[in-house]
Write a protein that binds this ligand. Structure first.
Ligand SMILES: Nc1ncnc2c1ncn2[C@@H]1O[C@H](COP(=O)(O)OP(=O)(O)OP(=O)(O)O)[C@@H](O)[C@H]1O
Length: 767
């Protein structure tokens, strides 16, 4: 995030390349005013207020070499490890802490209010489970009002709090809770929005064209890619995308907030975890977009606490850390190096991360600025002050236990803001120094791991490789369980960034596909999101970009949406479903797999012998290496026997309880109607064949992507680093996938032949 330091540096850049420095006295009041104005909170400007700026938060990272903080107060640039002009040994950690403690004028960052130093990133599965205290403790949590799960939990109002001496009436509180609950139900699980930034001075000077048009009413975005034919004549290929919201260069940060985070804020009080992250190429506006969001969200949360949830014992905590070079650093505690640990329940904890209890927006602002000033930045080819780390700011809503200040408050909900480091293509890194390239490689590695997870989730794979990187470990709870995720894809409009832009949009498209729910999996990627790529005549582009979008979007009808409309997920899904070919879910497949009766099944060896679970059965047809990067399991899941829609899996179960094998059936014992007709069998086989083909196509696409990523990694990596290992693992995936597909195909042919040779029956229950 480029907050204070970065902006100041911009105004007085020395033009040095990729140097890092410590920050000191980072709060510049003039800048603050400007910054607050940009986020609509300028009334909080502290230059004339009684609140002094936080002082003295210099660099105290555990690994001083090679990474540093943002820019210093006066825009002076220092370096660390490489002959910097600031003294990294100045104030001690303790002096910093004490300065925090002294900072008392209304700023409620008190030592006693620090958290115990352990943030459980997944505590929703543990701490957030509704409490069930005794009948006498005054809580209503064990009453029918509050269900066991988040979804069915109602308002959890403390009877003690509900005495509400100076707040709202119980009735009003209940109304607030119900209103928030209703809002929660309307908020999509994953929302993907795209923001286009304006052309910058450099791009204008180079006379670069704006190649993106946006129709906010239709939530569509079109990229016009100029291509060359073999005879070197130019043509324009049109790529259309639909997202939950698309925002053009005129959209303000306030509008971005209203579209993305504002709807989520109320549901944080409803025991929900939510994550908002920005993704995109370096220099596309991620930091610009993310920067104001936490402050505005805090403002709304505090407002809710004071109004809707007055005297309910809610408290707001802030923590801020970064992942740099695969390591985690506390941005609010002298850049202390932190450890991530997994407990027995595979819950990830960040040991030692400090949280600050806050009760004013001003304090939040100071903490955010402190963290931003400490964050690692560098210079890339595309962005002079690029964020070289993933920065994660978390707002945790907690609640006092028994109205007791001595007991640690319990987590209720959490809102995480993640400003991902900018992705760079290897080809763009040629003019970067070694460290920048190393950083780029590390960043790409974590973004690649993120993609792997998204793909795995997308494919309904049982095993999601969250451990592929620190970033994915942190993001794990954004994607699983009761959570909400907002992804803001930032794109630049210039023709020179076309390839990056398309990559970013395709990535966003894939994340979007995650939100389709479990039942409608899984169509080939190319048909997702109604994306199309249509060549158009070059002459039409100028007309398009100059604004006559109606002609271009001829096929897209104006939908009944607000300017930045956020259609309900269901609506979008149902509109999609009519356009896509459905493939049965692997769960349904597995049910049916357990019902297939195979005569002389031993011919198929041990894999068919072990029939009890459909998944297990087919998983064993191909190699199942339980490696993080195992791709074959995905193949096996999808290669399961496809369901015949005419058959109910409950009616079909007929497995030998002792052996687990599917029972043989005597056709004569069956009602004629329960036998599968030859036509049905043929249809079933065809469906299976189609499924395999569809899946093979998807795997081939995946292989292409992996290959591409690998070439990228090879370009940017240094020999001998951990990426070697990573690349060889990717190689292993590729060969595993290829072998898996081949084996699967052979099995299928063999199996189909076998089904023909031996009669196959599907048994209704009771036989
Ligand atoms: N929507 C916008 N309107 C005006 N200026 C913008 C917008 N988006 C980005 N910018 C400007 O573009 C420049 C790069 O933006 P920013 O630093 O946010 O990029 P980034 O994606 O965070 O880059 P990196 O990943 O390298 O950190 C900044 O000077 C920023 O002020």
């Amino acid at each position: 995030m480029n907050v204070v330091g970065r902006q100041m540096q911009r105004s007085s850049s020395t033009g040095g390349h990729h140097q890092r420095q410590y920050s000191d006295n980072f709060i510049d009041t003039a800048f603050n005013n400007k910054w607050l104005r940009s986020v609509g909170l300028h009334h909080l400007h502290s230059s004339n207020s009684s609140i002094p700026p936080l002082q003295d938060f210099g660099f105290f990272g555990a690994n001083g070499g090679g990474q540093g903080s943002k820019w210093g107060k006066n825009g002076q640039r220092g370096v660390n490890g490489g002959g910097g002009d600031e003294d990294p040994s100045s104030p001690t950690a303790s002096s910093r802490s004490s300065s925090m403690r002294k900072n008392g004028n209304g700023v409620e960052v008190l030592p006693g209010e620090l958290s115990p130093g352990l943030l459980d990133l997944h505590s929703f599965d543990t701490e957030l489970i509704p409490e069930f205290p005794s009948q006498n403790d005054g809580y209503l949590l064990n009453q029918p009002l509050c269900g066991r799960s988040f979804d069915d939990s109602g308002p959890c109002i403390s009877a003690k709090y509900s005495k509400n001496p100076r707040g709202l009436s119980d009735n009003d509180l209940l109304k607030s809770f119900s209103a928030d609950k209703e809002k929660a139900n309307n908020v999509a699980k994953i929302k993907v929005v795209v923001r286009k930034r304006p052309l910058n001075k450099k791009e204008i000077a180079k006379k670069e064209e704006d190649i993106i048009t946006i129709d906010p009413n239709a939530n569509s975005l079109t990229v016009y890619e100029t291509k060359l034919k073999v005879d070197l004549t130019e043509y324009v290929e049109k790529h259309e995308f639909l997202f939950d919201a698309v925002m053009n260069e005129e959209v303000s940060n306030d509008e971005v907030y209203a579209e993305t985070v504002e709807p989520i804020v109320p549901i944080i009080f409803q025991r929900t975890k939510a994550t908002c992250f920005a993704y995109g190429q370096t220099g596309n506006g991620k930091t610009y977009t993310m920067q104001p969001l936490p402050l505005k969200a805090s403002q709304d949360i505090l407002k809710s606490m004071q109004n809707n949830y007055r005297n309910q014992g809610f408290q707001l905590f802030v923590s801020f850390f970064e992942i740099y070079g695969g390591k985690v650093f506390d941005l609010l505690n002298d850049r202390n190096k932190l450890c991530m640990r997994e407990d027995g329940k595979q819950q990830v904890c960040i040991v030692g991360l400090q949280e600050y209890k806050v009760s004013t927006v001003e304090t939040v602002r100071e903490l955010i600025e402190k963290g931003n000033a400490t964050r690692s930045t560098g210079t890339t080819g595309a962005n002079e002050e690029s964020s070289r780390s993933h920065a994660i700011l978390q707002l945790a809503i907690k609640r006092k236990v028994d109205d007791n200040d001595s007991k640690p408050a319990r987590l209720v909900g959490k809102l995480s803001f993640i400003d991902l480091a900018g992705s760079e293509r290897g080809a763009d890194t040629t003019d970067n120094d070694k460290q920048t390239r190393m950083e780029g490689a590390e960043i790409n590695k974590s973004l690649l791991a993120l993609k792997e997870c998204i793909r795995a989730l997308d494919n309904d794979q049982g095993h999601i490789p969250f451990r592929g990187s620190k970033l994915t470990e942190v993001l794990r709870d954004s994607f699983v369980g009761d959570s909400r995720t907002v992804m803001i894809s930032c794109v630049s409009p210039n023709s020179g960034s076309c390839e990056h832009t398309l990559n970013t949009l395709r990535y966003a498209d894939r994340v979007k596909s995650l939100s389709k729910g479990n039942s409608s999996k899984r169509e080939p990627l190319s048909t997702l999101n109604l994306r199309s790529s249509t060549p158009v005549a070059l002459s039409s582009i100028s007309q398009v970009v100059s604004g006559s979008e109606d002609n271009v979007f001829g096929g897209l009808q104006n939908q009944e949406l607000s300017k930045l409309g956020w259609p309900k997920q269901q609506e979008r899904e149902s509109s999609l479903s009519s356009n896509i070919e459905r493939v049965p879910s692997s769960q349904a497949q597995s049910n049916l797999a357990a019902t297939v009766h195979i005569e002389n099944h031993k011919q198929f060896g041990p894999s068919i012998d072990r029939v009890p679970s459909g998944r297990a059965q087919w998983s064993s047809l191909v190699h199942t290496n339980e490696d993080n990067f195992d791709g074959s399991k995905g193949i096996s899941d999808h290669a399961s026997w496809s369901i015949n829609p005419k058959l109910d899996s409950h009616q079909l179960r007929n497995i030998d309880d002792k052996t687990g094998n599917v029972k043989y059936g005597d056709p004569s014992e069956l009602e004629p109607s329960s036998l599968i007709a030859e036509d049905d069998l043929t249809a079933l086989l065809k469906e299976e064949g189609d499924l395999i083909n569809a899946h093979r196509k998807q795997v081939e696409e995946t292989m292409e992507i992996v290959k591409e990523e690998m070439s990228l990694l090879v370009e940017v990596h240094e020999p001998g680093n951990q990426l070697d290992d990573y690349i060889s693992r990717l190689n292993a995936i590729l060969s595993q996938k290829a072998a898996g597909i081949l084996q699967l195909q052979n099995r299928l042919v063999e199996f189909q032949k076998h089904l023909k040779d031996h009669e196959v029956f599907l048994f209704p229950s009771g036989h």
